[in-house]
Write a protein that binds this ligand. Structure first.
Ligand code: IMP
Ligand code: MG
Length: 342
């Protein structure tokens, strides 16, 4: 067996409350590392990733956001909940039929789960759930009354043993990206309980969701946004007022629910804790162009302005691990990559 020296298994997760721009980081790394597989962990279709196709924007909720890298097999790990209608719709919308598969054991979301989620005062009002059925479906899964992907005829041609596929791909010396969803602050285990999602969201969980053991993970990249956001209810210690956010020109809406996102200042303490529990080996910072608009589109670290460099220096000190990727805008090319050449 010939081992490619570049083979690497990378987990990418969100360090704050979700929507940190993980999709952009996944896409960038995919174009550089050429992974054979990009596989999703995380909760399910409560996650949203906005993509532009022509003039229209779409909220992608099931297919891994790494789909923009055309040469990878796209998978959804067994830990993830699948809503077959959303999945089948996205296959055609994104034209990824033939290279997108779900694990045979994925939990299934049906209409009744969605009704229970939306109809529950506790979930929809108090917690501010996305209403996509994830909480009730995970609850049924734990009670062992839920369905699995292998029981759904419409999914038959798209099912496989994702865990086996990933581990064999790693054996062959190819790279794999394991894509997390949500963010550390809404982890069921480590977040602001009860204002959390229905599962852990940390790097270990993302590996477990895909059936990849901890010894096989080479890199954990935690993604932080310069101005963190939160959708739904729950504590947010560095939250600013809508007026302050407006003043900074920051306005965001949830991909799945279209609710306005709450905006906050950088939280160094949370970033450090999150990096610790995630076992981060590298950090990525997105939205540096909001710290200083003059940085928009910059691809060379030396060309960052002094306030932006100072922000990165302080963030690195807070997090305690190197910031290796700095996103300077929404386009794929708008990124500074400081990772050492392998
Ligand atoms: P649920 O996961 O739909 O039950 O929602 C529980 C909480 O997690 C709510 O506050 C949601 O807004 C939040 N949440 C769930 N998924 C995401 C995500 O992908 N990004 C940001 N917030 C999320
Ligand atoms: Mg999102």
């Amino acid at each position: 067996m010939v081992i490619d020296p570049q083979m690497v298994c990378t987990v990418i997760v969100g360090g704050f409350f979700g929507d940190e721009g993980k999709g952009k980081i996944v896409a960038h790394i995919a174009h550089r590392d050429h992974p054979a597989i990009i596989s999703r962990g995380g909760v399910g279709p409560n996650a949203g990733h906005t993509v532009k196709i022509g003039e229209k924007s779409y909220g992608i909720r099931m297919v891994p956001s790494g789909f923009v890298y055309a040469d990878a097999l796209l998978c959804i790990g067994s830990g993830v909940l699948v809503d077959p209608r959303v999945f089948l719709h996205e296959l055609d919308l994104l034209n990824v039929r033939g290279r997108t598969f779900v694990d045979l054991r994925c939990g299934i979301i049906d209409e009744a789960h969605i009704q229970r989620d939306k109809g529950s005062e506790h979930l929809s009002k108090k917690i501010g759930s996305t209403g996509t059925g994830c909480g009730p479906a995970n609850s049924d899964r734990v009670l062992r009354v839920g369905r699995q992907a292998k029981d759904v005829p419409e999914l038959a041609e798209f099912t496989m043993d994702v865990a086996e596929e990933i581990n064999e791909t790693l054996d062959d010396g190819d790279s794999v990206i394991l894509e997390g969803t949500q963010g550390f602050g809404i982890s069921l285990y480590f977040g602001t309980y009860p204002f959390v999602t229905s599962k852990d969201t940390s790097a270990s969980q993302i590996a477990a969701d895909n059936g990849v053991g901890p010894t096989r993970i080479d890199e954990v990249i935690v993604v932080f946004k310069a101005y963190p956001t939160r959708v739904g209810e729950g504590p947010f210690s560095t939250e600013m007022t809508p007026e302050e956010a407006h003043e900074l020109g920051i306005e965001e809406f949830g991909t799945v629910t279209h609710r306005p996102r709450r905006i906050g200042e950088w939280d160094g303490k949370m970033a450090r804790y999150s990096a610790m529990v995630n076992g981060a080996t590298q950090a990525a910072i997105t939205g540096i162009d909001r710290v200083d608009p003059a940085c928009a589109g910059v691809t060379d670290y030396r060309k960052l302005t002094a306030p932006a460099k100072e922000f990165v220096r302080k963030a690195e000190e807070d997090i305690g691990i190197p910031v290796t990727l700095i996103s300077t805008g929404p386009e794929l090319s708008q990124i500074i990559d400081l990772r050492k050449e392998r």
